[in-house]
Design a protein around this ligand. Structure first.
Ligand code: ZN
Length: 100
């Protein structure tokens, strides 16, 4: 028997975004509720994550704003838009995917 586990979250379930430095694995978490600005520099090693005003910075802020709007849009909508997330590795078994 093959079982398949899927995990879905709605935008309303999202509470915070974490920025994780790839160099030292330090992280900073920003709650969506009180979002002000994405950190452009790692607070630990001072690595520059992006340049203020760059296309990447604008895309990041636009993405955060979209997530915040979708979180509140769920409240009045007749549907819930959910995102499937991967938990653990998925292994292809006989044409389907299952979590391991
Ligand atoms: Zn760092």
């Amino acid at each position: 028997m093959t079982t398949e586990q899927k995990t879905f979250i709605s935008f309303g379930d999202l509470l915070a975004l974490e920025f994780r430095c790839k160099a030292y694995r330090s992280s900073v978490t920003r709650p969506l509720k009180d979002w002000r600005q994405a950190p452009a520099v790692c607070g630990n090693c001072r690595a520059q994550w992006f340049t203020d005003g760059s296309e990447e910075h604008h895309l990041l802020e636009a993405s955060v704003n979209m997530v915040k709007r979708m979180a509140t849009a769920d409240e009045g909508a007749k549907y819930v838009l959910r995102v499937e997330i991967k938990i653990g590795e998925q292994v292809k078994v006989h044409g389907s995917y299952s979590a391991t």
